[in-house]
Design a protein around this ligand. Sequence first.
Ligand code: FES
Ligand code: FES
Length: 412
Amino acid sequence: MMQINLTINGQGVEELVEPRTHLADFLRDRLHLTATHIRCEQGVCGACTILIDGSPARSCITYAALCQGAEVVTLEGLENDEIIESLRTAFSIEHGLQCGFCTPGMLVTARDIIRRLPDADEARVRRELNGNLCRCTGYAGIARAICRVLEARRAAAAKPETSTAFKLGPVGARHLPGASTTEKKRLPQSAPKPEVSCVDPKDLGKDLGLGSRAANLETSLSFTVAHGADETWAALADVENVARCMPGASLTEHSADGRLAGRVTVKIGPIATNFIGTGLIVRDEEARRGILYGSGRDRLSGTTVRAEVSYAVTGESDTQSRVDVTVRALLAGALAQFSRSSIVQDLVGRITAEFSRRLQQSLTDPQSVDTSETSLKATTLVFDVVMARLKSLRDRLFGRKQADTNNDRNAS
Ligand code: FES
Ligand code: FES
């Protein structure tokens, strides 16, 4: 077994691999990033195409061990990529897929064509696609979809993007010991070591929070606490207390400069997630505002999350304060499908409600917050969420019918 360190979809990954394990197996079996499909395993069909250091590569013929230090991006990591979003729409309009088996590799290749060749015509697009095989749709719709995006970008005068690809050598091999590279090593394995007082907070959080990425989950909530603003602000400064109040959260370490590490356990129906991650809290004591920058990964599902949680405390009276919270997060991977669902929005709302209840409890009687039940309560919360959704569905289906029946009765 060999130890490898690489970045996958923006997250540092450190794993032991067999020298013969290919990257596609590693991504699918070890990290559960199943958007990468495997068909021929000979580098012919292109189903397994991913990006290694920005260049498309066949993951079925790339040894994972050769990717030491590389930056790998799979289709999951392109969830919010602007070109991929346009391609998704265009593939749908132009009937660019049928069974969808070739589609992840097609999308990665199509994105590369659009970035490299903004002036390509259909003949060039077809030529560029000759390394990606589709056995059911055929290529007409796929080529049309790519041309549609190219035309839209030309109309909007999008600039071509310069490739960072190396001129020679297979992708994946450039990080071998002794390989010449001018690229700086990109292994954000540990939290940055900030001087909170003299560094721009945006820079502090960029490796942990969203950075320039767009969020796919965004929600704002407020709650009131029956204690003055100073007291509430002080309670929020106590990181251990905050972790105790947060359902499903536990802290493994934290330091005086705001860095922390821990885990958050959440259950969505039958799916249990256990996000392990690091974070950084930056506080503005005078304005009573703070931001938590965090990132984490659920090892089992391979889901990654990057989040920024801003909060502000305002005093409403000596005995009452208000806490405004905004959560912006980017979920990528298997559970990203839930990011836009109202179940997650409900879940965040309920976790916040439970957090505010516990925070209040901790201010009144610090001993009364029971940490042993945090995970259990998270489960209960989710059960409540699912039940509430089912109830609302039932009301929509049968409540109206019932109302209509009553109206009919009244009319007759
Ligand atoms: Fe990798 Fe076919 S599965 S090229
Ligand atoms: Fe089925 Fe391409 S859509 S293989």
